[in-house]
Design a protein around this ligand. Structure first.
Ligand SMILES: Nc1ncnc2c1ncn2[C@@H]1O[C@H](COP(=O)(O)OP(=O)(O)OP(=O)(O)O)[C@@H](O)[C@H]1O
Length: 267
């Protein structure tokens, strides 16, 4: 798959990783009442897009991600990837959580090797895969370290390497940088962008930060609560390969960011 700078798929392209939500809704059954976490939603995400999702707390962002991951089954509608219905989690849809959740008794390298190991990849090959991805996220020197020896940002890098080691076509990221300090967060945004740009993978990225959504996304969705629904869905009006610190100060960036921010809490 190739990077997709405009966030739009050419109309004649056929790829195997198009995600389609067909009238997908989700309702949780609470102790006393039901919660309509996601209203009936139709959505198509083309292979290679970077879809950034923002919205206030409780608007259904995580619910939507968990449905895409196959952790939850929609109470209405269905989700397909490349025409195949999602019925369970798959290594082809890698999930990056806000907390790294690395196995503390395993080294950094062993954590990254885990997916290939579980898939039965031979020892030398899985070592090669792990070392390649540790290098990609700048952690080569820490391959033998224990997770607790890493900073929060390094643990997130390790988690990203662990997901990438499964070579998922789709990365689902649930506020991966939400717990990091501002400097580390900026650095990891640039690293994630570089990795995504070179991979052609689809990214579905949840954040509370409008700035982060506009900086990373090729397309931004805004969700609104009660019931959770998409109230804004637009391509980001600058090329995917022109994301750097200078972009953040341009009038185009600021204007789009303000338009997205204005949508939050409306609808
Ligand atoms: N397991 C559950 N049981 C019952 N209700 C739930 C459950 N999980 C989420 N909800 C409710 O569904 C709605 C959407 O929650 P969700 O976690 O998807 O929102 P969110 O946009 O990801 O929020 P945040 O930004 O705070 O993480 C909320 O009203 C929440 O209380």
């Amino acid at each position: 798959m190739r990077p997709n700078p405009g966030g739009q798929r050419p109309s004649d392209s056929v790829d195997d990783h198009t995600v389609v939500l067909h009238g997908v809704a989700h309702r949780y059954r609470g102790r006393d009442a039901e919660v309509q976490a996601l209203a009936s939603t139709d959505l198509t995400i083309g292979g290679g897009e970077f879809v950034a999702v923002v919205g206030p707390s409780g608007c259904g962002k995580t619910t939507l991600l968990q449905l895409l991951a196959g952790f939850l089954t929609p109470t209405e509608g269905r989700i397909t990837v490349g025409g195949e219905q999602v019925t369970a989690p798959s290594p082809d849809r890698g999930v990056v959580f806000q907390q790294a959740n690395l196995y503390p008794w395993m080294s950094v390298r062993a954590n990254v090797e885990l997916g290939p190991r579980l898939r039965g990849v031979a020892r030398a090959e899985r070592r090669r895969i792990a070392d390649h991805h540790l290098e990609l996220v700048g952690l080569s020197e820490f391959a033998k370290a224990a997770p607790y020896e890493l900073s929060g940002g390094m643990q997130q890098r390790c988690q990203i390497a662990r997901v990438l080691a499964n070579d998922p076509a789709i990365m689902l990221l649930d506020e991966p940088f939400g717990a990091l300090d501002a400097l580390t967060r900026d650095r990891l945004q640039d690293e994630l962008h570089r990795i995504w740009l070179g991979s052609g993978k689809t990214a579905f990225f949840i954040t509370h930060s409008v700035e982060e959504a506009v900086y990373l996304g090729t397309r931004v969705l805004v969700m609104s609560p009660r019931p959770g629904r998409i109230v804004f869905d637009e391509p980001v009006p600058f090329p995917a390969d022109a994301r750097d610190a200078a972009l953040r100060a341009t009038p185009e960036f600021v204007a789009f960011r303000e338009r997205v921010a204005a949508k939050i809490g409306t609808g």
